[in-house]
Every structure is written in structure tokens, then in C-alpha cells.
Design a protein around this ligand. Structure first.
Ligand code: SAH
Ligand code: SF4
Ligand code: F3S
Length: 487
């Protein structure tokens, strides 16, 4: 068993950095059965695992961090790139051993791979008992019950309504300070490279009142920061009328209103000035000046925007179906700088070697990076996904070595930019929120500044959850180092 635990670190190292893995923490409330969840992919998946834990808790399961003592193992999976799926396949093959030692064990595959592969997963991976897509988690207790009686099950029904708004997530791996809140599900954008619209279904927004309630409850429990999550938060839209047509009384219809993302952001920011608010992801085509102005009005909305560009070339962007071009994107960045200033953090996602990308088009991505001066980027080479528009219509014709070389150039460029952007902070005083122990030393704590940069400080009697004023004294391309000047 030890080997398996070690192996997970090996898999993680091979994977791209953003494809992290999270494991459930131990939570004993005297329930009879134990659930172990491993989550891959994006924050949305990590957030969904908290909903899954909550649903299972109501049906007799505590969570565990030790899969050898679990009655049920769930892998909440990602399909975004081929590598992400390979990681899960490797992990499943390791669980074969566990299952042979404990035939009573139920193994479920949840998330995007479940949705993409459906019944096929049961055929291909013999040890799997359940395949459950992202909108079908309310059915999990029922499916687990059936599996315990020897019946394998699949539910990959995608919903137009499901938002899990009424489920109070069990905070897994929580530092007690920062938490994610899903504000919408699905995606209607159909970027040609992307599998998400197929695995997550249609876009739908969650009732703003349930979002604010969740933020308030978190704050009351001592949390200091919430991150509002969606594939494209700027297209958040909630109208009571649309969502509740059937149930609305006449009086309520008269009161109905349309709430956009900027309104929601303000509603959450008003929960308390000591509750920091972040959000992710912003789509360049949709981010509005109202959102930027709302960020400016509230000190507790962090000055950081994840604004994935994918490519710096307009022809490639059109093939990607991103629906903006280079000039539009640069204009949005100009607006961010105009309203929020030079210090606002901006990060991006980049794809190297998309279908038909030429060398000079790749150079446009590098020059775009210089123009925007990203603080940080998640960088990938293109991986064709079955069923997407690009897979159907475009040739995956950039050879792997060239994809990798272009990606390396993008990574090197980003490292230089990150270092430059971090060096600007040296000598400045910034407020940071302490989130936990530094990985390197028990005598140091780590926090983040408003622009989402990690800052390491000496512990000096500070506690997790404290807001402190820090003078930045040094940096690397990944981290800032500081001294505490005021609590
Ligand atoms: N909704 C977000 C992105 C979610 S997926 C947005 O629109 O920006 C996260 C990132 O994975 C994408 O931004 C993209 O850079 C990358 N990605 C998605 N599909 C990919 C593929 N087929 N190959 C390589 N990278 C991909
Ligand atoms: Fe994928 Fe595009 Fe939707 Fe992002 S906006 S999830 S890249 S389809
Ligand atoms: Fe992966 Fe699904 Fe998120 S494909 S990136 S887990 S939405």
C-alpha cells in the first residue's frame, strides 16, 4: 500500500502543474462508513467533491484520507487534455491491487471523464463500479447502494437546471480561511479545442441569494476569503423569472430583476469588508467595465484577474472560436490598467502549437505576453480532444517536438515576466492574508497579497487567518518574501 501512496507523487510530478490532485481530509462524525475522494483537474472539480462529500455525509459516510480504510473510493476526474485522462487511468490500475485485497470496496469514477466516456468506462476499466457525471451527484447514494448489491451503475444525465444551490458543501482540505463558491455550471462557448461544453453541459447560473448566504455563513465560521467559480463568470446572469417561472407568484414576478456578475460581485463584497472576494475565470469577450469599476469600488475585492488569452494571433484565435481578436484583448487589458492601475495582477492560459499555427503566429503569442506583462500563466501544448470542433474540422498538424519547443519558449518568457513583475513589489508595503504554514520551514508562514501572489513571512506569533501589513524584501519568479511591519 505504501507504494501506491508514493506513486501518487510521481504521477503528480509528471503532470502539468495545473492538474493537481486533492485528497479528502479525515472527518469523523461517528458515521458507519468511510468515503475517500481524489479530485483531479480544475477548481470546479475540487468544489464539486465538497458537494459530493456533503451528499454522502447525509447518507452515512464520513470522509477519510486513507483509501485503505475506505468503503467507497471516488475519483473525480478531468478530461481537459489527454495527459489528464492518462493520469486517472494509471491511478485506476493501481487501485486494482486495493480492490483485490478488499472485494467489498466500491470504486466510482465521477466528473468529466465519466461524462465523456459513459458506459465505455465500465467496459474498459473492469474494477469500476460506478460512472457518474457532474450533474448526477444527487443520485450517488442510490447508485452506491446498488453497487453494494453487486449492480454496476451509470448516470451521466446532464441537466439544464442543476446547480446544487441547496447543498452546503463539506469543506475538504480546508485551511479554514479560504473557500470556493460555485456560482454557475457548464459552458456555452464552444471554443474549438475544448471538451468542457461536452462534459459539463449547458451554462446555468445559481440563485444569487444562495451564493450570498453561503459567503455569509463561511465568514461567520471564520473564513476570510471566498473565490467565486465558473468557467466564464462574466456571463453570470440570473433572472428570477427565467429560473423560477413555474413557481413564481404574481407579486414575485413584479419584483423580479436581472442580476449580472458585477451585481453579484458587489453583493458578495458587501457581506463584510474583512471578507476578501476573488473570482475565476474571466472570458476576455465578456469582462465588462462594470466589473472593473465594482472591483475598484471595493477594497476587499482582490485586484487580480485571470484572463486567459490562449494565443496572441488573431487568425489562431478565430480558429479557436474565442470570438475576440488580438486588438480586442489588448483593449481589455488597457481598460484594466486604466481603471485598476498597473498593480492589478493579470494571469493567463496559453496553448502552444494549436492546429495550423505557424512560427510567426507563435511569435505573436510571445509578443502578446510582453505587451500584457502577465504575472503568471498556466501553459500547455495543444492536445486534441475527441468530439471537439477542432478534432472534427482542423488538422492537428504541428509536430509534437515543435509544440514542446514552442511551449518551452512560452514558459521561459513567462518566468522572465513573473520575475520582473515580482521585482516591482520589492520595497512596497502590502496587506496579506495568512493562509498556512510555508512548505519549506515551520518558522515561516505563507499568505497572499491582493494580486494573488504568494508571500512568505516569518511566523512571529502570527496566526492563520490574520491580515498583516508586510514590506516585500525579496522575490523569486514564483514567490515574494516579506517582513511584517504591522498587524
Ligand atoms: N473556461 C476557461 C478555461 C477552462 S480549461 C477559459 O475559457 O479560459 C483551462 C485551460 O486549459 C484553457 O484555458 C486552455 O488553456 C487549456 N486547454 C483546454 N483545452 C485544451 C486542449 N485541448 N489542449 C491544451 N490545452 C487545453
Ligand atoms: Fe472551454 Fe472555452 Fe468554455 Fe473555457 S470558455 S470552458 S475554454 S469552451
Ligand atoms: Fe477538467 Fe472538467 Fe475542469 S475537463 S478542467 S475537470 S471542467
Amino acid at each position: 500500500m505504501e507504494n501506491i501512496i508514493k506513486d501518487i507523487d510521481i504521477i503528480r510530478d509528471e503532470e502539468e502543474k495545473s492538474c493537481d490532485v486533492a485528497i479528502t481530509a479525515e472527518e469523523s462524525t461517528g458515521k458507519t462508513k468511510k468515503l475517500y475522494i481524489e479530485s483531479y483537474g480544475c477548481q470546479m472539480n475540487f468544489s464539486d467533491s465538497e458537494i459530493v462529500a456533503s451528499i454522502m455525509k447525509d447518507h452515512g459516510f464520513d470522509t477519510t484520507s486513507d483509501f485503505t480504510s475506505a468503503d467507497v473510493i471516488f475519483l473525480n476526474t478531468c478530461s481537459i487534455r489527454e495527459k489528464a485522462e492518462q493520469t486517472v487511468r494509471k491511478r485506476l490500475s493501481q487501485f486494482n491491487q486495493v480492490k483485490s485485497e478488499n472485494p467489498e470496496l466500491t470504486i466510482g469514477v465521477l466528473g468529466c471523464m465519466a461524462e465523456r466516456l459513459k458506459e465505455k468506462l465500465l467496459e474498459e476499466e473492469k474494477l469500476v463500479d460506478l460512472v457518474v457525471g457532474p450533474d448526477a451527484y444527487r443520485d450517488l447514494p442510490n447508485l452506491v447502494g446498488q453497487a453494494e448489491e453487486g449492480n454496476k451503475g451509470v448516470n451521466t444525465f446532464l441537466s439544464r437546471e442543476e446547480t446544487y444551490a441547496d447543498i452546503s458543501p463539506v469543506r475538504l482540505n480546508s485551511n479554514g480561511v479560504t473557500a470556493f463558491i460555485s456560482i454557475m455550471r457548464g459552458c456555452d462557448n464552444m471554443c474549438s479545442f475544448c471538451v468542457v461544453p461536452f462534459t459539463r453541459g449547458r451554462e446555468r447560473s445559481r440563485d444569487p441569494h444562495s451564493i450570498v448566504k453561503e459567503a455569509r455563513e463561511l465568514f461567520e465560521k471564520g473564513y476570510k476569503e471566498v473565490t467565486l467559480l465558473g468557467q466564464n463568470v462574466d456571463s453570470y446572469k440570473w433572472s428570477a423569472e427565467e429560473n423560477n417561472k413555474a413557481r413564481l407568484t404574481k407579486k414575485e414576478t413584479a419584483l423580479s430583476e436581472v442580476i449580472h456578475f458585477s451585481d453579484l460581485l458587489e453583493m458578495v463584497a458587501l457581506v463584510d469588508p474583512k471578507l476578501r472576494v476573488r473570482f475565476s475565470t474571466s472570458h476576455p469577450k465578456d469582462i465588462t467595465d462594470e466589473v472593473l469599476l465594482t472591483m475598484k469600488r471595493h477594497d476587499n475585492i482582490c485586484k487580480y484577474i485571470h484572463l486567459p488569452v490562449q494565443s496572441g494571433n488573431s487568425r489562431v484565435l478565430a480558429l479557436m472560436n474565442r470570438t475576440y481578436d488580438r486588438d480586442w484583448y489588448l483593449d481589455r487589458v488597457r481598460k484594466i490598467r486604466e481603471i485598476l492601475g498597473e498593480d492589478c495582477g493579470i494571469s493567463s492560459d496559453m496553448i502552444a502549437g494549436f492546429c495550423t499555427e505557424t512560427e510567426s503566429e507563435h511569435q505573436d503569442t510571445l509578443s502578446m505576453m510582453d505587451l500584457v506583462q502577465y504575472d503568471f500563466s498556466y501553459m500547455f501544448y495543444y492536445s486534441e480532444r475527441p468530439g471537439t470542433l477542432a478534432a472534427k474540422k482542423l488538422p492537428d498538424d504541428v509536430p509534437l517536438e515543435i509544440k514542446k519547443r514552442r511551449l518551452q519558449e512560452i514558459i521561459e518568457k513567462q518566468n522572465q515576466l513573473s520575475l520582473m513583475r515580482n521585482q516591482r513589489d520589492i520595497g512596497r508595503v502590502q496587506e496579506i492574508l495568512i493562509e498556512g504554514q510555508s512548505k519549506r520551514s515551520a518558522a515561516q508562514l505563507k499568505g497572499r497579497n491582493s494580486a494573488n501572489k504568494v508571500v512568505i513571512v516569518p511566523s512571529q506569533g502570527l496566526a492563520v487567518g490574520d491580515y498583516v501589513q508586510v514590506r516585500i524584501t525579496d522575490c523569486s519568479s514564483a514567490t515574494l518574501f516579506g517582513e511584517v511591519i504591522d498587524r
